[in-house]
Write a protein that binds this ligand. Structure first.
Ligand SMILES: Cc1cc2nc3c(=O)[nH]c(=O)nc-3n(C[C@H](O)[C@H](O)[C@H](O)COP(=O)(O)OP(=O)(O)OC[C@H]3O[C@@H](n4cnc5c(N)ncnc54)[C@H](O)[C@@H]3O)c2cc1C
Length: 287
């Protein structure tokens, strides 16, 4: 199938893109890498009368770095991150995540901003930016806005962005050089969206742990983070304590995951913690 008739506009700057979006109102859509939007238009799952292509806006394709953080423009592609073309604030976590998104063809064009704006709960950047304590920035008719990544997504496919807002960039604080991370996702086959995902960062000052690919925003696990922070190495006996902490954190959120999803999330969490200690495999009986 092909999409309905559309007007195509190519923006040269962020203000021009916002004006074009405002003019088009509810019928205008941002086009970034097109890897999600174009199939959805073709399948008529999304309707639009106007596309505002932002892929040539120089500031959205730029990145900058200082001693505290790295700022990534919304149109930086998964491939650029995968290839290490952007300064890395994450001790290698972002490069690892980018390399496991979809297939090379999707990574060539798909952008970090498009992924966050779409807010598919299974998308890798949704959980990664939350785990890294990133800040999402946007520009709209009412001026600039920003939000911590873990609050940016309010529900599946729903963010804090208004109809004519443009996600402009992501600010990611530099991880402590001694911080270790681990991440694991369960997909039916390589290149598919995840069914479950976990991301763990063990930093000297505070650890962070999130579950992704849930029913909505990534789920932060505060009690599990305390347990992770107290670990000095990996021992199989810790699996029980960690899964109990994760289960307690899940019930405290009131979010309802299926039994299968809970089991998958436990596996992802344990493998992530193991990975952060440099242990590759987990014995199934200890999960
Ligand atoms: C076969 C396949 C497998 C995939 N597997 C994975 C996977 O394993 N993990 C994963 O994370 N992703 C996966 N994806 C999604 C992929 O990462 C997309 O590239 C990404 O979700 C969308 O990025 P895009 O730049 O292509 O955005 P587009 O498709 O251009 O846009 C997506 C949506 O976001 C809006 N939008 C885009 N940019 C902005 C912006 N700057 N401001 C406001 N709104 C904006 C658009 O209007 C549209 O609604 C997969 C996609 C495909 C086709």
């Amino acid at each position: 199938m092909k999409p309905g008739a559309l007007a195509y506009f190519r923006a040269d700057s962020v203000p021009q893109a916002v004006d074009l979006l405002l003019e088009g109102g509810m019928d205008a859509k941002v086009l970034a890498g097109g890897q999600s939007l174009v199939p959805m238009l073709n399948l008529r799952m999304v309707a639009a009368e106007r596309l505002v292509d932002i892929s040539a806006v120089p500031t959205l394709k730029a990145w900058s770095a200082d001693s505290k953080e790295v700022r990534i423009g919304a149109c930086i592609t998964h491939e650029q991150i995968q290839l290490g073309e952007i300064a890395d604030p994450s001790n290698g976590l972002m490069q690892k995540v980018a390399a496991a998104i979809a297939y090379q063809a999707v990574r060539n064009r798909g952008t970090i901003g498009g992924s966050l704006a779409l807010a598919d709960p299974s998308a890798d950047w949704v959980t990664t930016t939350a785990a890294l304590g990133a800040t999402i920035e946007w520009q709209g008719p009412d001026g600039p806005g920003s939000s911590p990544a873990e609050e940016f997504i309010v529900a599946a496919y729903t963010t804090q962005l208004g109809v004519s807002d443009l996600l402009t960039g992501i600010r990611i604080p530099r991880l402590d050089p001694d911080a270790k991370w681990g991440t694991y996702k369960i997909c039916r086959k390589t290149g598919e969206f995840a069914h479950a995902m976990a991301m763990v960062i063990r930093a000297p000052k505070a650890s962070r742990a999130f579950l992704g690919a849930t029913d909505g925003a990534p789920i932060r696990l505060p009690h599990t983070e305390q347990v992770i922070g107290s670990l000095r190495g990996w021992q199989a006996a810790q699996a029980k304590v960690l899964t109990e902490a994760m289960d307690a954190d899940l019930s405290a959120t009131g979010r309802e995951l299926t039994d299968v999803r809970i089991w998958q999330s436990r596996t992802c969490l344990l493998r992530s913690v193991q990975m952060s200690f440099g242990v590759e495999a987990i014995e199934p009986e200890s999960i």
